[in-house]
Design a protein around this ligand. Structure first.
Ligand code: ADP
Ligand code: MG
Length: 689
């Protein structure tokens, strides 16, 4: 099978009918190519069995034990339970099987088996529920292998996906190599084809890590190349929209109820120097959550407007765009900022409203366009766009620049990000971007109080939330899932909001929010929360990016062990945005020591840079899968912290390649050029949930 056939539907694979294809579609898998690049989110590792005294609660363990004492079969209502104890010289475990009476014949007292399953601590006992049973030879065949675990939807089993992927490979042929051989040799990278195969079916940890590194390198190289090509088009572009400082911004600053922090002040000076200077602005503002980046955006947009130009503010979500719009409108009214005329333009506007907004933009009736990527669609015509601000999305900024450059507009670009990237990496990744770091929180902020707790703390947490609501505050509760899914013990927003309604006083208004809702529905809920018509918002991580409701003082995160530390930090950043004391409750539902240790980091510091560092230290290569990091710079496989060496190498390689062949026009780069042009849309795609 070649490249063309891989674009065909997955129904071409034996065993995939329309029904399964529909399920795959829910996972974003339509073509065979999609399937081959539907990477596992983790692996089941068949390790050497451990001794009973070495099992680790909260994890999957394999252990070779002899059944001691009696094997009992009980009935509880319509459930049948097999229970027994099994031991080696070092200790014993309790075992339980449900509705599997046929196992009685093989589970005889005195027989020895390898048991593999999740170990739980129950009181002073260790227990394994439903462990798989293996004979020595069976286990030996699996030993050392890693079996893929795929992201699933209800109705789609891991086995189905794994089989389909395997079948697809049988006929898939080679993936065309686009990285020059000398680079592969220098960095000891495996071939593209081998990497794609091994990311699904690694023979061992080494082959998994080799595959991961190769795919990470691909992502970085293409990303950096794309940036560099863009930069080549933008180098030293004269400032086509020179501005002067007007009284509008100084007056606005005088009216604000607070003084800018030193760091905000410096960033504002940087911005002013750029837009009044000789070349076009390309600036990244990097500041921790809550450091006050929005006001910088507003100042830049106000200055642009009072110079007679238009500016745009782009947010990664409709919710965030709507919130920026509301807060701008609020400030404009309060402080009579007549010269700034915002309009909201998002994908969920009705066709009529969209048309009207577009007309106002084209005719220059508005000068501050706030919205999502609907803004950059070719249809929108600006009268005189001079500045684009992108909020909370590095890569968004890249795409934006590309799109604008494509239209021949060399506007000023200001990218704002809360992802703490060490300056050295940022310079490699963003080359020509100038960087201002806002590393100071507004005065008078009380540090957020944190606690990491187990599930038995829930009643207390609910009481605490109820008390805070009674004091007039609001709370967020985050769950990893939208609705009941295939994952046991993982909370979902739908059931959880019901549960909260039952557990909180009836006067507490609980609502839910998640990414599967329609945009206007999401907006309505966010608005209601901002207006204090909702007390407790149960949400997925859609809430993660930039939402600002200073009255919210509690953030409770269910299954917090399932999130990356940087992401937890972003979530926590939704509280502690006002004067009141705020709290973050990390609910740890895992019993593993590692999870506890990781979460304790959140307890120790509120500093985003420190957390990013710690996050990196604590993760091993296998952990890089499945832990979703913050929404920005989220490569599918690569991790800019963990793979920082590859980021550096890929940047060097990109520069060398372009030095040699600036247009990638020679034969040896033809595949690379092809990949860049066809994949570019994916590359700068941003995370959605
Ligand atoms: P982020 O950097 O996370 O985007 P925001 O811009 O949303 O943060 O600011 C968070 C909150 O801090 C907002 O309510 C904003 O009004 C407030 N704020 C911003 N700058 C200051 C300041 N210098 N002093 C006091 N409060 C500020
Ligand atoms: Mg923000």
């Amino acid at each position: 099978m070649g490249k063309r056939e891989r674009q065909e539907s997955v129904t071409g694979i034996k065993g995939i009918g329309d029904k399964t294809a529909k399920l795959f579609e829910k996972c974003g898998v339509r073509t065979i190519d999609d399937l081959l690049t539907y990477y596992p989110r983790g692996y089941d590792h068949y390790k050497t069995p451990v001794r009973a005294c070495d099992v680790r609660p909260g994890e999957i363990n394999a252990v070779k034990l002899t059944i001691i004492g009696r094997v009992t079969l009980r009935r509880v209502r319509n459930l049948s339970i097999i229970a027994f104890e099994a031991a080696d010289q070092t200790g014993k475990l309790r075992m339980a099987y449900f509705n599997s009476p046929y196992l009685m014949s093989s589970l005889k007292s005195g027989t020895t088996h390898i048991f593999r399953g999740m170990v739980q601590k129950k009181g002073s006992f260790l227990e394994m529920d439903q462990p798989k049973i293996y004979k020595d030879v069976e286990y030996a065949a699996l030993l050392g292998t890693l079996q893929p675990r795929y992201p699933l939807v209800k109705g789609l089993s891991n086995n189905t996906v794994s089989k389909a992927v395997s079948a697809a490979f049988k006929s898939a042929g080679e993936f065309e190599e686009f990285v020059p051989a000398d680079i592969l040799g220098r960095l000891s990278l495996v071939s593209f084809s081998q990497a794609v195969y091994n990311i699904h079916f690694p023979k061992n940890e080494k082959s998994l890590e080799d595959a991961r590194r190769r795919l990470a390198y691909n992502e970085f190289l293409l990303f950096v190349l794309q940036l560099r090509l863009l930069k080549a088009n933008q180098e030293d572009i004269p400032n086509a929209y020179p501005m002067i400082e007007t009284s509008d911004t100084t007056r606005f600053l005088e009216k604000l109820p607070y003084k800018l922090t030193g760091a905000q002040e410096r960033a504002w000076e940087d911005i002013k120097a750029d837009i009044t200077g000789k070349s076009v602005m390309n600036r990244l503002i990097q500041g921790d959550v809550g450091s006050g980046k929005t006001v910088l955006a507003m100042l830049a947009l106000l200055m642009t407007a009072s110079n007679g130009y238009q500016g745009a503010l782009m947010a990664p979500t409709e919710v965030l765009a709507a919130q920026h719009y509301e807060s701008f409108m609020g400030l404009i009214k309060k402080y009579n900022i007549d010269n700034l005329k915002p309009v909201l333009l998002t994908g969920s506007l009705s066709a009529k409203d969209k048309k009207e907004a577009q007309r106002q933009i084209k005719e220059g009736e508005v000068n501050c366009i706030i919205g999502t990527n609907a803004l950059i669609q070719a249809k929108v015509e600006y009268k005189n766009l001079a500045l684009v601000v992108t909020d909370e999305q590095h890569r968004f900024g890249v795409r934006q620049r590309e799109s604008l450059a494509g239209k021949g507009m060399n506007t000023h670009v200001l990218a704002m990000s809360a992802t703490p990237i060490p300056r050295t990496l940022a310079i490699i990744l963003y080359g020509d971007l100038h960087i201002s770091i806002v590393d100071e929180l507004p005065m008078g902020r009380l540090p957020i109080k944190n606690c990491v707790v187990g599930t038995d703390y829930r009643p207390k947490a609910y009481k605490f939330i109820a008390d805070q609501v009674a004091m007039g505050h609001q709370a967020y509760v985050i769950c990893p899932m939208v609705e009941e899914g295939e994952l046991d013990g993982v909370e979902n927003v739908t059931d959880y909001s019901e549960k909260l309604r039952e557990n909180l006083p009836p006067s507490v208004r609980v609502e839910m929010l998640h990414g599967k809702m329609k945009p206007d529905q999401k907006d309505r809920i966010m608005d209601a929360f901002a207006r204090k018509d909702i007390d407790v918002l149960v949400s997925t991580t859609v809430i993660e990016v930039g939402i600002n409701v200073p009255n919210a003082t509690v953030m409770m995160i269910e299954n917090s062990e399932r999130f990356g530390l940087s992401q937890l930090h972003q979530l926590r950043g939704r509280v502690g945005r006002g004067d009141a004391q705020s709290y973050c409750i990390f609910l740890n539902t895992s019993e593993s020591d590692e999870a506890k240790e990781r979460l304790d980091t959140m307890n120790k510091t509120n500093d985003g840079f420190k957390i990013a560092e710690e996050d990196l230290k604590q993760r091993g290569p296998g952990d890089l899968f499945g832990v979703r990091q913050s929404g920005e710079l989220n490569f599918r496989v690569g991790d800019i912290y963990h793979d920082s060496d590859l980021v550096k190498e890929s940047a060097m390689d990109a520069d060398r390649i372009l030095n040699e062949d600036p247009e990638l026009s020679s034969i040896q780069y033809s595949v690379l050029r092809n990949v860049l042009t066809t994949k570019s849309a994916n590359l700068v795609d941003f995370a959605t949930l």
